[in-house]
Design a protein around this ligand. Structure first.
Ligand code: NAD
Ligand code: UGA
Length: 466
């Protein structure tokens, strides 16, 4: 089947970039991204391409090239569903905050609402593609809602999980390691649906990198991939603590083990803990699935990845307090970086949030600088935790537009995101304007120890015992 019209429900960090790239690579397909969030759609339609709601290197250029030609952003969900032959569901699937599975299971209410809306509106056969990350066997729930509440039209459900990482989304979408498509190829209609999606990706991705599996393998592979990636980060972070005690250096250990081709060199950077909207939620979801099948040892095994991650954040803030003579009350601590990684404006589950919260509870004054995160986002992240009154957060935490200003009169600097610009700062100038002794806690290991110490700083580098 030759798809001419695609709709994507959800104009977020996944829906926006993935559909922009499909529109770019398939100029003959009309792609409409819809969302119920009017402000987000308005931002995608901004005249100024710096105001798009998602910052990703290279994304604004693609949106500039395609928007208004074959890429459209709209709040008219029904119209886009009605017109499309293929509908991607790319809405958020956060951890449940209520009821059964609270704090663990994926909240599928947004997915279900989409399925019900598609069923209500569709008057012709549709291919529905799960782009969101979902628990294994969700496709059968979607299918049953569509079939039982629909207008008697035929629906094919495909699983097509997204593997892009934020900060490199455009590159990942243009040159993915693989594309995964799960479908029911035991029926002719299922086979046609799978082939329709294969044809779209084949416009720019070599066929051998387009993998087709059954739906359940595809759904589970997405959770598995994130669990394995997060596990690597927790494993190297666990080693970083041993390095600090023993005089080893975690970067040397990473290099030494990464050169073993069976281990590989990626995802071995010790850090203040992984953040982002997906690792934690997807592992918790996996743990919940394992528990619900009575697989308690499996659940405990994966849960330890999260426990290690929490420990890494807490031990970083504990170290700041103990190094600053066991009190940070009234002291100014500057955070360089708030985003969960460089090259993104996303702050979801960023380690900076938890570390700030811990230090604020010790009555520190925190000054934050991040090149891409807005002050309102920073306040909303810290307020969301509900640890103290909004007014207290406002009084204790300030946000600067300038890194040098953020560091003035500071007792200590904590580097929490690995933004490239931090490496090139005038560290002599920063040192001069700080309280003495001046401390740097490098949670990303990006500065050169000798250079920084020769300026006069007392320097802590994560995972370094020297
Ligand atoms: P997001 O929160 O940035 O975007 C989701 C969007 O869906 C929001 O704008 C929201 O308003 C919209 N939405 C929710 N319900 C809707 C409805 N009924 N109708 C219309 N719009 C609706 O989320 P995201 O980061 O893009 O993630 C989406 C999914 O992709 C999640 O399942 C996530 O696990 C998965 N994923 C995310 C990433 C990533 O890097 N962020 C990577 C791979 C997979
Ligand atoms: C991750 C996966 O890499 C993507 O493949 C997946 O599609 C996505 O989750 C998802 O499902 O949402 P993302 O969270 O955007 O992508 O970014 P990563 O590069 O994976 O980084 C996640 C966190 O781990 C960041 O806080 C990062 O700083 C940290 N990290 C990563 C480390 O601390 N060390 C490393 O070596 C690598």
């Amino acid at each position: 089947m030759n798809i001419k019209n695609i709709c994507c429900i959800g104009a977020g960090y996944v829906g926006g970039p993935t559909m922009a790239v499909i529109a770019k690579q398939c100029p003959n397909i009309k792609v409409t991204i819809v969302d119920i969030n009017e402000a987000r759609i308005a931002a995608w339609n901004s005249v100024n391409f710096d105001d798009l709601p998602v910052f990703e290197p290279g994304l604004a250029d693609i949106v500039k090239e395609t928007r208004g030609k074959n890429l459209f952003f709209s709040t008219d969900v029904d119209k886009a569903i009605d017109e499309a032959e293929m509908i991607f569901i790319s809405v958020n699937t956060p951890t449940k905050t209520y009821g059964k599975g609270k704090g663990m299971a994926a909240d599928l209410k947004y997915i279900e609402l989409c399925a019900r809306q598609i069923a209500k509106v569709a008057k012709q056969n549709k291919i529905v593609v799960e782009k969101s990350t979902l628990p294994v066997r969700t496709a059968s729930a979607i299918k049953s809602i569509l079939d039982e509440t629909g207008n008697g039209v035929q629906f094919q459900i495909l699983s097509n999980p997204e593997f892009l990482a934020e900060g490199t989304a455009v590159q990942d979408l243009l040159m993915p390691d693989r594309v995964l498509i799960g479908g029911d190829t035991s029926t002719k209609e299922g086979e046609i649906a799978v082939q329709s999606l294969v044809n779209i990706y084949s416009e720019w991705i070599p066929k051998k990198q387009i993998l087709t599996t059954n739906v359940w393998s595809s759904e589970l592979s997405k959770l598995t991939a994130n669990a394995f990636l997060a596990q690597r980060v927790s494993s190297i972070n666990a080693m970083s603590e041993i390095c600090e005690k023993t005089g080893a250096d975690v970067r040397e250990v990473s290099k030494a083990i990464g050169m073993d081709s069976r281990i590989g060199s990626k995802f071995l950077n010790a850090s203040v803990g992984f953040g982002g909207s997906c690792f934690q939620k997807d592992i918790l979801n996996l743990v919940y699935i394992a528990k619900s099948y009575g697989l308690n040892e499996v659940a405990d095994y994966w849960e330890q990845v999260i426990i290690m991650n929490e420990h890494q954040k807490n031990r970083f803030s504990d170290n700041i307090v103990s190094t600053l003579y066991n009190t940070v009350s009234g002291k100014k601590i500057t955070f360089l970086g708030w985003a969960f990684k460089k090259d993104t404006n996303d702050t979801r589950e960023s380690s900076a949030i938890k570390i700030a919260d811990n230090l604020l509870s010790e009555q520190a004054k925190i000054s934050v600088y991040d090149p891409k995160v807005t002050p309102s986002q920073i306040y909303s992240d810290i307020d969301y935790l509900g640890t103290r009154a909004y007014e207290d957060n406002k009084a204790l935490l300030t946000v600067s537009k300038d890194a040098y200003e953020a560091c003035n009169e500071s007792h200590a600097i904590a580097i929490l995101t690995e933004w490239d610009e931090f490496k090139n700062y005038d560290w002599n100038r920063i040192y001069k304007n700080m309280q003495k002794p001046a401390f740097i806690f490098d949670g990303r290991g990006i500065l050169d120890k000798n250079t920084i110490e020769s300026i006069g700083f007392t320097y802590y580098k994560i995972g370094s015992g020297n």
